[in-house]
Design a protein around this ligand. Structure first.
Ligand SMILES: [Mn+2]
Length: 424
């Protein structure tokens, strides 16, 4: 039997100031335990092992080193491809340190303005390739233009696995509906990666980047899937965990891939990863009442290691927003719980509360800066449009076909400007 585990988007280092901060490393420990107990010899992490390219937590790093050392001692090989969060272009990142320590394998690649060339990494009878997640989903440009080269794919009978960290529309799931989280560019459909896998004899594509598990299945014959994040990294992910359980009657998961036959058999290993997400919606009815209400909701939560609560409180008066903020912080500490407040009342509230959330990457910082500027200038334009413009201007030309590149860029700029100025 050729078995491997496929996971992605662990985001160790997310939720830094919250009681959830150890949840993701614990999820990885759990997956590692499953691999050892079930004699699975390969663990594939398709990007975003870490929340940032360097995390500073000694506690989390020590646990990462320990679990990886444990896997190595048990003969489990861990193959990691860089994601959009955890790699630095110069390799000053934590995953490079893990590689130097001999704890993980990273399939090598070279990126020029022309191509992404990825080199085979052979381990036993398996060959791994990795296409990293790049800033602004730039890997998509390469994929669209057919400028991704997998080297030496012709050789003997081995199974080939491609680790691919990107945003692709798959099985009816459209990541562009969540574009600010997954980048502004999305591969329109998976025909491109279909072709890529066919011409390179790829047996299985281990996808990463989309935190929601796609597609949802218990067990099926399929050659690509997003396992989804075990924990996630922000309130959106927690809300999706809630939806997965309460709307789709599924859970978070990792994937067990059986490559023994011609077609891979992929099985979802559903897991709660010791996280409970509660959702509570109410109208604000005064500070004391709301305090009692929230306390009651928290006390009703099941006794589980990691608790999160999404509170939707409507009609909070502006003069009470800071009091609510402090109340929530107090409850978070007292009850060891992660609370996220969503309010439909006024933008000012979500703004003041937003420091509860995480500012994890440059794209989020960009968004915050643009939002602030729009507010300051009181102009009527959507943040998304400005970010789309910035990202379009930041596209990098490919050496061949420069004219076509600039023409299509100008077309896009014209379209965005027309939408911003509301003309046409
Ligand atoms: Mn991610």
């Amino acid at each position: 039997m050729v078995l491997l585990i496929h996971t992605a988007d662990i985001h160790v280092g997310a939720f830094t100031r919250s009681s959830l901060r150890t949840a993701s490393v614990e999820a990885l420990e759990h997956i590692a335990g499953y691999a050892v107990d079930n004699n699975v010899k390969y663990l594939v992490i398709a990007g975003d092992l870490f929340e940032r390219y360097q995390i500073s937590s000694f506690e989390l790093l020590r646990r990462i080193y320990r679990v990886l050392r444990y896997l190595r001692e048990k003969g489990v090989k861990v193959i990691v491809s860089p994601g959009s969060h955890d790699s630095s272009p110069r390799g000053n990142d934590d995953i490079s340190l893990l590689y130097e320590a001999g704890l993980i394998y990273i399939p090598r690649f070279e990126i020029t303005s022309e191509t992404i060339r990825t080199k085979p990494l052979q381990i036993d009878d398996l060959v791994f390739y990795g296409i990293p997640g790049l800033r602004n989903n730039k890997e998509i440009e390469y994929l669209r233009r057919g400028r991704v080269v997998l080297e030496d794919t012709s050789s003997t009978r081995v199974k080939r696995i491609l680790l691919l960290h990107t945003s692709v529309r798959i099985a009816g799931y459209d990541p562009s509906a969540y574009s600010h989280r997954y980048g502004y560019t999305v591969l329109e459909n998976d025909a491109i990666i279909d072709t890529l896998s066919k011409i390179n004899n790829i047996d299985y594509i281990a996808l990463g980047h989309i935190h929601f598990p796609v597609p949802l299945f218990d067990e099926t014959s399929i050659n690509r899937a997003y396992p989804g994040a075990p924990i996630g990294r922000d309130a959106n992910d927690l809300y999706e965990t809630y939806l997965l359980r309460n709307k789709y009657r599924k859970d978070r998961r990792f994937l067990l891939i059986d490559l023994s036959n011609d077609k891979p058999i992929v099985k979802s290993i559903w897991e709660d990863f010791n996280v409970y997400v509660g959702y509570y919606k109410s109208y604000y009815s005064g500070l004391d009442e709301t305090r009692d209400e929230i306390k009651r909701v928290i006390k009703d939560l099941p006794d589980i290691r990691y608790k999160a609560l999404i509170l939707e409180l409507e009609n909070i008066p502006v003069e009470d927003k800071n009091k609510i903020y402090h109340l929530v912080r107090e409850f978070e500490n007292r009850f060891k719980i992660h609370i996220h407040i969503r309010s439909s009342f006024k933008e000012t509230l979500s703004e003041s509360i937003s420091i509860l959330g995480e500012i994890g990457d440059i794209e989020e910082l960009e968004r915050k800066a643009v939002e602030e500027l729009i507010n300051k200038l009181s102009i009527k334009v959507s943040t998304n449009k400005i970010l789309e413009l910035i990202n379009t201007l930041g596209r990098e030309p490919v050496e061949t076909g420069k004219e076509e590149f600039y023409n299509s860029m100008l077309r896009d700029i014209k379209r965005i400007m027309e939408e911003i100025l509301n003309v046409k």
